[in-house]
Each structure stands twice: as structure tokens, then as C-alpha cells.
Design a protein around this ligand. Structure first.
Ligand code: ADE
Length: 247
């Protein structure tokens, strides 16, 4: 099991450092699964005022992050290593579970948080290898998106999540959303736990979960269902559920 080194480049290091200090991220660090470092590109400025942004060429609102400190910072972090340098931006490729798996296969990752109106295009040209968006909306900075990506990647690393199986069985790993979960009590406010889960028949549990997963995906994410590779049994389970719903 090799440790993954994650560097985050941000003008607001405290936000990232704090968020990584809890729960599974902190456990992954303590267990030697991931090592986090958070750096501020301001430290790579060379002028007296430590300026990281400037007005855009061509005019317009907002400020643009200057290329020199960012590129110097990222190049120093990389050294002789090769690693994905991921820029968080609403102009990036939409993030998904497959991308999380791909990034989790590297032993190093550098995540760059944009801020203000944007970042000088030459940073992309020179050092950025991937641009990732977490969704079609615009946030004030790349810090929250960076945390989303880091969380999704780190929990896939061997040893990060207690139950080694859960990252594989969860939603999206098979292209479907997950089935419902229940715990005690067996009845709560008149709502009973489905019998299939309490009868002790493992095959019935598996079928019920698969059926629910298919049904849910059809309701909330028909786009995923269209792309999923369904078995004959899946089709039967879905048909049976739709049949029951008509009764
Ligand atoms: N920065 C601002 N909005 C973002 C988004 N939706 N995804 C990634 N980075 C961002």
C-alpha cells in the first residue's frame, strides 16, 4: 500500500487544511494512506506587495490570477515528478466516479484552486494537465470543488475506508444509484422495514437491493439507466417492479 501525496494550491489554505482535518480524511492521513500539504502561491511572489492578481488584458470586470507565482509554485511542488495537475474550474470536464478512480491510481496529485474571475491562460498551457468542474454552477472559488475531488479520491485509496468493499459497491461504481438502507427499529412511525431485508434470505436481499437500485435510477437518473449495462436478470427485476407498481 503506497501513500498518496496530495498538494493543494490555494490562496485560502486554512479552508482546505481545516476541512481535511476531520473524519475519513484525517483518518486516511493518520493511517498513512494519504499525505496532504496545502500551499499558498502568495509565498512564490517576488514583489514587495506579494501581489497574486491583476486586471485582465482587454478590460472587463474582476481580477485574473497572475501566472508567475502559480507556475513557480506548481513547478517547485512537482520537482522531477510527473503527476496530474488538476485545475478546479467551471470550464472543466464534469467530475464523476470514473475520474475519481483514475486520479486515485496516481501516487501524487496537485489540485489548484482558482479564484477571482479566472487564472492566466498560460498557467493552463504550462503546467495544468486536467481541468475539472464539479457541476454546472459557479462558485466563488475552487476550494470547495477541490475538497469534493479530494474526498472522492482519498476514500478510494486502499485502507482509507474501514470496510474495504464499500467504495466498490457504492453508487455509480456500477452506473446505478444505490438502494435504500435501513437499520433498527423494525418499525418507525408506522413505516416498516421491507420484509425482504429481515427474512434472513441473502439471495432475496440481493435481489431486492438490485431491484430498488434499478427502480431508483429509473426515477431519478434515467440518463444513467440508459447507459448502464443491464443483465437479463436486471431487466426481469425492473419489469417485475413496474408490474407490481401497476397493481
Ligand atoms: N470554481 C468555481 N465554480 C466551480 C465549479 N463548478 N467546479 C469547479 N471549480 C469551480
Amino acid at each position: 500500500m503506497s501513500e498518496m501525496r496530495l498538494d493543494v494550491v490555494t490562496l485560502f489554505p486554512e479552508t482546505i487544511a481545516q476541512a481535511l482535518d476531520y473524519s475519513i480524511m484525517a483518518r486516511a492521513r493518520d493511517a498513512g494512506v494519504a499525505e496532504f500539504s496545502v500551499v499558498n502561491p502568495r509565498e512564490w511572489t517576488t514583489d514587495r506587495h506579494r501581489i497574486v492578481d491583476d486586471a485582465p488584458y482587454g478590460g472587463g470586470a474582476g481580477m485574473v490570477l497572475k501566472p508567475e507565482p502559480l507556475v513557480a509554485c506548481i513547478e517547485e511542488l512537482l520537482g522531477e515528478d510527473e503527476a496530474p495537475v488538476v485545475l478546479m474550474t467551471p470550464q472543466g470536464t464534469p467530475f464523476d466516479q470514473a475520474t475519481a478512480h483514475r486520479l486515485a491510481n496516481h501516487d501524487r496529485l496537485i489540485v489548484v484552486c482558482g479564484h477571482y474571475e479566472g487564472i492566466d491562460e498560460r498557467v493552463r498551457d504550462l503546467v495544468v494537465t486536467d481541468e475539472i468542474s464539479i457541476g454546472d454552477y459557479v462558485l466563488t472559488g475552487g476550494e470547495l470543488p477541490a475538497l469534493v475531488v479530494i474526498d472522492a479520491v482519498v476514500r478510494l485509496l486502499p485502507g482509507a475506508v474501514g470496510n474495504a468493499e464499500s467504495p466498490v459497491t457504492d453508487s455509480f461504481s456500477d452506473g446505478l444509484v444505490e438502494h435504500p438502507h435501513y437499520t433498527r427499529p423494525p418499525e418507525f412511525r408506522g413505516l416498516r422495514v421491507p420484509e425482504a431485508l429481515t427474512d434472513g434470505d441473502h439471495a432475496a436481499v440481493r435481489r431486492w437491493r438490485r431491484q430498488q437500485s434499478l427502480l431508483r435510477t429509473m426515477r431519478v437518473r434515467p440518463d444513467l439507466l440508459g447507459r448502464a449495462e443491464l443483465t437479463d436478470e436486471d431487466r426481469e427485476l425492473l419489469a417485475e417492479a413496474l408490474d407490481d407498481a401497476q397493481k
